[in-house]
Design a protein around this ligand. Structure first.
Ligand SMILES: *Cc1c(COP(=O)(O)O)cnc(C)c1O
Length: 355
C-alpha cells in the first residue's frame, strides 16, 4: 500500500498466473501450454517479419488476420476483433458490455480472471454454483442480470457444454451479452461461432495460445455481430490502437492458415489426454471428462496438496487452486507423450511410497 495509490488499485486482488520458472528443470504441466510448438510456417513468417519494417507501427485494424479468420468461420472480417491475447479481448468485453449494468453471472468454479475484471471495472457479479458433477445448471442462468460469462469448455474442470444448452442461455438472456470463452474449444467442444449470425447477444472469444501453441505471442480474437465488434473497437481505440505487434500479426496469420499442423498436434494432445485419463482412473483418481488440453483430477485418498508437493519435488509442476470446492483437485496439462509418461510414472511412484 502507498498513499499514492488510487482507491481502485488499493482494492484490486490481481489474478495469479501459474508459475513460469526461469530455468527449464521442470516438466511444466501447470499452465496448459501446448507441448508441440507453433506451426513451422508461423515461425518462418515471424522471422520474415523481423526486418526494418519493425520501425513502422503495425496495422491497427489487423485486417489480414481478421479476413483470414472471418473467411474460415464463414463470417465477415467485421465480425472479428483481434486482441493481445484473449485476456485482453475478455477485459475489453467486460468493459464494453457489463459496466453500469445489473450483476453479471458466471459459475462459482471457472476462470478466476472474470472476477478480477469485475473488480477492475467496478462490475457487480453473482456466482452460480455448478452441480456436484461440476456441470452447469442451465435454469440457474434464467435470472435478470447484466450479462452472462460461460467458459466452454469450462476451466479448470475441462467439461464441455452442448450448443443446445448454450442456445438456451442465449434465449433466456436475450437482453444482455452472453460472453463465451472458448480458450480450449478446439480440443473437443463444439464452437458457438456458428450461432453468431442468429444471436445478436453472443460474443465468442478464442485464443492462439493453446491449440495453436502461441502463448508467447499473445493473440486472441472475438467473433460476434458487427454492433458488438464495433463496441470492442471503440474500447481498443480509447486504450491502445496498436495492441498487436507486426511479428504477432505475421505469426498468427501463418498459424491460422496451417490447418495440417493445427490438426496433427491437436490430435496428439487429445490422444494423450485420453491415455492419461484412463491411467489415472486406474490409479484411483476421479477424472472429470475433459474436452480440453488438461485433466482435472482428485485422488480417492491422497490429498491434492501432498501430490502437488510430491510432483514438484520430482520436477513436475501441475496447478492447484486454493479455492472452495476444488482445493482437493489438481489441474494437469497434457504435455508431450514423453512428459505424460513421466507424469504417470511419477504419480505411480508417489502413490506406492505412501502405501
Ligand atoms: C488460457 C485462457 C485464456 C487466456 O488466454 P490468452 O493467452 O490470454 O489468449 C482465457 N480463458 C481461459 C479459460 C483460459 O484458460
Amino acid at each position: 500500500m502507498s498513499r499514492f495509490w488510487s482507491p481502485i488499485v488499493e482494492r484490486l486482488v490481481p489474478y495469479t498466473p501459474g508459475e513460469q520458472p526461469r530455468d527449464q528443470i521442470f516438466v511444466k504441466l501447470n499452465t496448459n501450454e501446448n507441448p508441440y510448438g507453433p506451426s513451422p510456417s508461423a515461425l518462418d513468417a515471424i522471422r520474415a517479419a523481423t526486418d526494418d519494417g519493425l520501425r513502422l507501427y503495425p496495422d491497427p485494424e489487423a485486417s489480414d488476420l481478421r479476413s483470414a479468420i472471418g473467411a474460415e468461420l464463414l463470417l465477415g472480417s467485421d465480425n472479428i476483433f483481434i486482441g493481445n491475447g484473449s485476456d485482453d479481448v475478455l477485459a475489453h468485453a467486460f468493459n464494453a458490455f457489463f459496466t453500469g449494468k445489473a450483476p453479471v453471472l458466471f459459475a462459482d468454479v471457472t476462470y478466476s480472471f472474470y472476477k478480477t475484471y469485475c473488480q477492475l471495472y467496478g462490475i457487480e457479479h453473482r456466482t452460480v454454483p455448478l452441480n456436484d458433477a461440476f456441470e452447469y445448471n442451465i435454469q440457474d442462468y434464467a435470472a435478470p442480470c447484466g450479462g452472462v460469462v460461460i467458459a466452454n469448455p469450462n476451466a479448470p474442470t475441462g467439461i464441455a457444454m452442448s450448443l443446445d444448452s448454450l442456445e438456451q442461455i442465449l434465449r433466456q438472456n436475450s437482453d444482455v451479452v452472453v460472453l463465451v470463452d472458448e480458450a480450449y474449444v478446439d480440443f473437443g467442444a463444439e464452437s458457438a461461432i456458428t450461432l453468431v449470425p442468429r444471436y445478436n447477444n453472443l460474443l465468442v472469444v478464442q485464443t492462439f495460445s493453446k491449440s495453436r501453441s502461441l502463448a508467447g505471442m499473445r493473440v486472441g480474437f472475438a467473433a460476434g455481430q458487427q454492433h458488438l465488434i464495433e463496441a470492442l473497437r471503440r474500447i481498443k481505440d480509447s486504450f491502445n490502437s496498436y495492441p498487436i505487434s507486426r511479428l504477432s500479426l505475421a505469426g498468427a496469420l501463418a498459424a491460422w492458415n496451417d490447418r495440417d499442423w493445427f490438426e496433427t498436434t491437436r490430435d496428439k494432445v487429445i490422444a494423450d489426454r485420453e491415455r492419461v485419463a484412463e491411467a489415472l482412473k486406474i490409479q484411483s483418481f476421479r477424472v472429470l471428462p475433459s474436452a480440453t488440453n488438461f485433466v482435472f483430477v482428485s485422488h480417492s485418498h491422497m490429498p491434492a496438496r501432498d501430490l502437488l508437493a510430491g510432483l514438484r519435488s520430482r520436477g513436475i509442476l501441475v496447478r492447484h487452486f486454493n479455492q472452495p470446492r476444488i482445493n482437493d483437485w489438481l489441474r494437469i496439462s497434457i504435455g508431450s507423450s514423453q512428459e505424460c509418461d513421466k507424469l504417470l510414472g511419477t504419480v505411480d511412484e508417489i502413490l506406492s511410497k505412501s502405501r
